[in-house]
Ligand binder design. Sequence first.
Ligand SMILES: Nc1ncnc2c1ncn2[C@@H]1O[C@H](COP(=O)(O)OP(=O)(O)OP(=O)(O)O)[C@@H](O)[C@H]1O
Length: 248
Amino acid sequence: MTDNPVVTASNVACEYGPVSALAGVSASIHPGSVTAVVGPNGGGKSTFLRTLAGVATPTSGTVAYPVTEGTHAVGYLPQSFRPRDDLTVGETVRYYDALVGDGPTPEELLDRVGLAHVADRRVGALSGGMLRLLGVAVAGVGDPDLVVLDEPTSGLDRTMTKRVFESCATLAGEDCGVVVATHDLPTIERVADRALLLDRGRLQADRPLPIEGTAFATAYDDAVDGETTVRSGRETRDPGHTSDGEAV
Ligand SMILES: Nc1ncnc2c1ncn2[C@@H]1O[C@H](COP(=O)(O)OP(=O)(O)OP(=O)(O)O)[C@@H](O)[C@H]1O
């Protein structure tokens, strides 16, 4: 496998009527990496992930996948993933596998996320964390070059959050490029190689992880208006925002 990007977004903009959800965002995702996409509510994370995954078309700009033999494969886990309650975990993965084909077996996919032992359990009887892990397993069906996960840990406790993020690192270990939208920068920092900060549709920062210095943390605090973050340890924050389009 080369280090050529698995996807390159160039100057991507996305508008919903008068709302500019994304404006001039450019980034490349490389195989074997985990990229965290962070920022405040409404900052454009989901829209960016949807354009990377090819489920939303940019208003302008391009999203390009490398030209390779056969078709590129993208695994996408939306925030709202909800498989049928009456199927078992194993049946759910086999269902998606039957649609996509090729790649790891359903057993291998479940093993990767630590769910092999509940393959016979009904989806309706899973905990929220296990359901998210099942979503990560399904996103890996077909051995995709790129896996895009939209807030896979929202509502999870720290233990489950770490398990989900560790399964992202496992996917990256298979030479996959993994993109994860999250509000949990301190935890994703343990497994991600890089963080993109999106605020008001603009890429405000693009930094390798772990973060050195305070510039990214300050921009993150400023973007996540009013949120007290673990990174800075500040109890309160000054009002204000990062400058438009200026990477820190
Ligand atoms: N289908 C849509 N129609 C109209 N506006 C939309 C649509 N999807 C997103 N938006 C708007 O685009 C902007 C970016 O939304 P997006 O969901 O990408 O942000 P986000 O960073 O993922 O937010 P959150 O952290 O709350 O999930 C918001 O102003 C949102 O209201």
